[in-house]
Write a protein that binds this ligand. Sequence first.
Ligand code: ZN
Length: 671
Amino acid sequence: MRFKKPFFLTIALIALAQGCADNELTSVETLFVNGAIYTANQQQQLVSSLGLNKDKLTYLGDAEGARNIIDEHTEIIDLEGKMIIPGLHDVHIHLPGIVESNNCDLAGKPYSLADLVPRLKQCIARLNLPKGSWLAVEQWGYAQGNEPSANFPTLRSALDAASLEHPIILLGDDGHHGAVNSFAMNLATDKNGVKVGLNTETLANEFSDMKSLIGVDRHGEPSGVLNEDARKIVNLPNLWGYPEVDFEVYQKIAVRLAASGITSAMDAALRIHEIDNFAKWAKKQPLTYRLTAAFYPEFEDYRPTLDAPIEISALLADLKSTQERHKEINNFKIDTAKVFVDGVIEGDPYAYPPMLPNAAVLDHYRQPIFTITDDNTLEVMDYVDTNSRACVTVQEKGIANLTSIFTQNFYAENGFLASQCIQSKGVLEKEYSFIKGYTKALFEAGVNVHSHAIGDRAVRLALDTFDAAKRASPNSEANVSIAHAQLIHPDDISRIAQLEVFMAFTYSWIEPFDEYQMMVSPFIDKVFNENDLFNPDGYVYQNTYPTASVKKAGGILVSGSDAPVETRDPRPLLNIEKAVTRKNDVTGRVYNPDERLSVADVLDAYTINGAKMLNQAEITGSLELGKKADFVILNQNLLTLEAEGRSDEISDTQILSTWFDGKKIYSKPQP
Ligand SMILES: [Zn+2]
């Protein structure tokens, strides 16, 4: 007999075993004692001892209570005060991108345009690129650096200096921004696939509908900047810059997740062949994390003709057959689809005129006139009054219809460009009828909807689509979630709670960097310098990532790193820290302290709430009897750090080991 116990307990165990016929749940193979164990279970939030048997948790409590259920076979591990938390759920990540790359990789570091040139030349030499073949530069930090100079006034000029013999594209580390050289511009094709090149003339004609996504210089020439769908016109073979998921990449993804304490992940946007690849390798080597794939095929392929609507029924048919193909694979499901509502909320202050952000916002973007001070910081000199009589004239004529004489005279008279009279509330990624129709169809089919929404108008529209979907299919078991939600109008906070939307924030992005914020705030608030960014009356300041307000209203917080956006590292501990502090440790500035969260709130977001969103809270997400033994051991107690006012040390925490299905899948290397 395996148990050596006092008589009365044996009786109790027999009774229990008869009741549930599950003997495995009453024995403990490994017992951790003396820990600070955060369970994410409301009923029993903190315990000091945890026991497991095979893949399940079989004991939670204190060491005293455990004494009765262990025997001489039980391995006892003294945690010496270290912390255990449930396995982390990263519900918005792009897995193929988290693997380090051997290509030209800028790792999100800031380069001035002058410094960028030798860096790219180096890449071309190291990769031994034949003439005419693409240099696709990964992890370009579009939001930092890129300062122009007299020699390199535009990105295009810098990329041309790097090479005139290779097409070059910088792939922004956010998956939305891009920039190309002249060689690449010459490869641009129109809607029919005819090579017409990108220049002032084709910009006014073939590419006129993409004007807001294509940067121009002082002379109206394309400056190299190509954002969002405009990046597609130059026909780069692999726009995302992510590698194919071969077996090596598959294995490296698992290693990185385990080292990050992540035992469940949702890849936020996988194409069908990528899903097939994951499935193929998962048959060869079982997953060591619970993988949810969000279905995201190339929507444009689903238009029967160029101007026809996207065929939603065909999308759903492909989703269903993909689900069907892979339904037998352990720890792998495809029950979610990604919907893009809008783009991104950073403008480009260095473009002339400054490029407006394209995220969908409720009010027109402002038109700042930037200047660079002697110490190389960006300031706003003035704002264009887009309601002035001069601007109204331009708006009435239509920007596209202005003659060059008119624009020259306009500049002479007003001191700013006629094109700065544009009023824009950003753009939607696809026509709204598609966004809404697809959301409703997915929800009706029982597929979870994961919507990318950044601007306050996009968030509102996402909520509208969820509302419509829920009204149309009240019995659907699908859930809805929003990724990013950078700017939320206060009126929409209560709707987030009412519609039970899982809010996937990337908490490290709350940390305020002046340089970054100058790409956002001046287009929305009247901001002249870096001090103004922290004006407590600012709309952006008040409503950026309003995490505590969402939580207070009853909304459900979850967590997504969005890696490799900004960095390939999913950095969960930095995410936790910034959700709690909202502070830049170098400047000491806090971005809207009212929206700070507690450590427990963020841990819940990262664990039990994530499991609820991924429909697996029955088996994981919290440390409870009978659930899977998915957990992480940390070298220090995050709750103590918080209690002692040392929350800004959370990101120094080390992950000592990660356990999945009761097995240790990662152990921190000994120094
Ligand atoms: Zn993403």
